[in-house]
Design a protein around this ligand. Structure first.
Ligand code: IFM
Length: 466
């Protein structure tokens, strides 16, 4: 312990329920490296990160945090933290390089080894099947705007769950399909970098379908007690003022940011207002009979990734915009308050708002915070310590908001801190550090930041001091 702000929580007056899952989260492309080893082929992120200007400093995930070769060391870090659960993602191009056909045994063996070592360490593995690394061959065949990609994803889900279903009890189909559809195909700041409103809406639908088909495959292979879930980065959207125009801007973003996934997955329907808003882009005729029924296959919980709220007003957004059908009607307004190194506002109230809204909108659906955390410009000081009091303050405020939401009746079952390690932060490359463990990318040396010591203490006490 080095900083005052990372003092042990002396009492846990904000105690979380017994059995609450305390975890950390990572994603394959962001930490694994070994991009061309053991049969792995390029994903859309390998391709995209090589296009000049797309990723800061020309960074790629070729080596990342070298987790592929440091699994044991990284699990030892988790043991030191005392986490009960670890959320990781499986790289589709490592397991099924062309996105079709049989699996590569070495790819499956890597994840089997990871899972076995987690279990031996008393840490529950939580596997995400898709965290944005589509095999490039499937993108070349049309990517997520094409229906066939959803079918391929269902098959891949079957392969992976067949191989790991005897040892992984918690499964997430997709991570943040909003980002993959709208940043990947809408404004092009993520792979594969396309800028087509139509492609982004088609991709969103095919993500819903892929999710549903994957749920079907998982259910047919997993023991009945396994938990199947989906993770969404829901937008905590607020109007700038009480005006009817700002309320309409809020409704539009809620439709294309949140309900575009929530309604198909939990109610088997498309939001009527979304269909109306997007009429200039599409008539949605790519949605076939039975698709929404498939998308709404029952799941056991909903994962929520939350970082900051979104404030909107009537106006327009600069092109290319990710907000298909809303770009000419909505202006994004910077929220007030302190900001992280991503320039994202620190506002834990947004998380409380989101959780209590879901308590009301989705009664009976258990919720899990599958990501929450913050980037700051951390460095190791001459004594070797990494002092990150802002991150401790951010995490503390957000955990307190989760606690308050639970007291208000939200059924929140766990919290996964993003992220275990500093890693490849997509279009920002290695310039943004979200880890509670510092990674020196030149040496791959790992160092607990003060926030890691603090989180270990919170877990040990089962909560926060008031
Ligand atoms: O690093 C990402 C992660 O891959 C998905 N959710 C948001 C994080 C921070 O930007």
């Amino acid at each position: 312990m080095t900083a005052l702000d990372a003092r042990p929580e002396t009492t846990a007056t904000l105690r979380f329920p017994a059995g609450f899952r305390w975890g950390t989260a990572t994603a394959a492309y962001q930490i694994e490296g070994a991009a061309a080893e053991d049969g792995r082929t390029p994903s859309i992120w390998d391709t995209f990160s090589r296009i000049p200007g797309k990723v800061r400093n020309g960074d790629t995930g070729d080596i990342a945090a070298d987790h592929y070769h440091r699994v044991s060391e990284d699990i030892a870090l988790m043991k030191r933290l005392g986490v009960t659960d670890y959320r990781f993602s499986i790289a589709w191009p490592r397991v099924q390089p062309t996105g079709r056909g049989p699996a590569v045994q070495k790819g499956l063996d890597f994840y089997r080894g990871l899972v076995d070592e987690l279990l031996a360490s008393g840490i529950r593995p939580v596997a995400t099947l898709y965290h944005w690394d589509l095999p490039q061959e499937l993108e070349d065949a049309g990517g997520w705007p094409q229906r066939e990609t959803a079918q391929r994803f269902g098959e891949y889900a079957g392969i992976v769950s067949g191989a790991l279903g005897d040892r992984v009890a918690t499964w997430t189909t997709l991570n943040e399909p909003w980002c993959a559809a709208f940043l990947g195909y809408g404004n092009g700041v993520h792979a594969p970098g396309r800028t087509s409103p139509l492609a982004s809406l088609r991709a969103a639908h095919h993500f819903n379908l892929a999710h549903g088909w994957a749920v079907r495959e998982l259910r047919s292979r997993l023991p009945a007690q396994c938990e199947v879930s989906l993770t969404l980065n829901l937008h905590a959207v607020r109007p700038l003022s009480d005006s009817a125009a700002d309320a309409d801007a809020t409704r539009r973003i809620d439709a294309v940011g949140n309900r575009i996934f929530l309604d198909p997955v939990f109610h088997g329907r498309l939001p009527e207002d979304l269909v109306r808003d997007t009429a200039p882009v599409t008539d949605w005729s790519f949605v076939r009979d039975g698709d929404l029924e498939a998308a709404s296959a029952p799941i056991d919980s909903l994962g929520i990734n939350y970082y900051s709220p979104t404030v909107v007003a009537a106006g327009s957004s600069p092109a290319p915009s990710p907000w298909a059908g809303a770009e000419e009607h909505v202006r994004f307004v910077p929220a007030p308050g302190p900001r992280t190194a991503m320039d994202w506002p620190v506002d834990a109230e947004g998380l409380y708002e989101l959780l209590t809204r879901l308590r009301d909108d989705l009664p009976g659906v258990p919720l899990v915070i599958t990501e929450n955390g913050a980037a700051y410009d951390d460095y190791a000081d001459p004594s070797g310590a990494v002092k990150d009091p802002e991150r401790v303050a951010y995490l503390r405020a957000h955990l307190a908001a989760v606690h308050r939401a639970i007291e208000a009746g939200a059924d929140v079952r766990g919290y996964f801190l993003w992220s275990l390690l500093d890693n490849f932060e997509w279009a920002y490359g290695y310039s943004k550090r979200f880890g509670i463990v510092h990674v020196d990318f030149a040496t791959q040396r790992r160092t607990f930041k003060d926030s890691a010591h603090w989180y270990a203490d919170v877990i040990a006490r089962g909560g926060l001091s008031s």
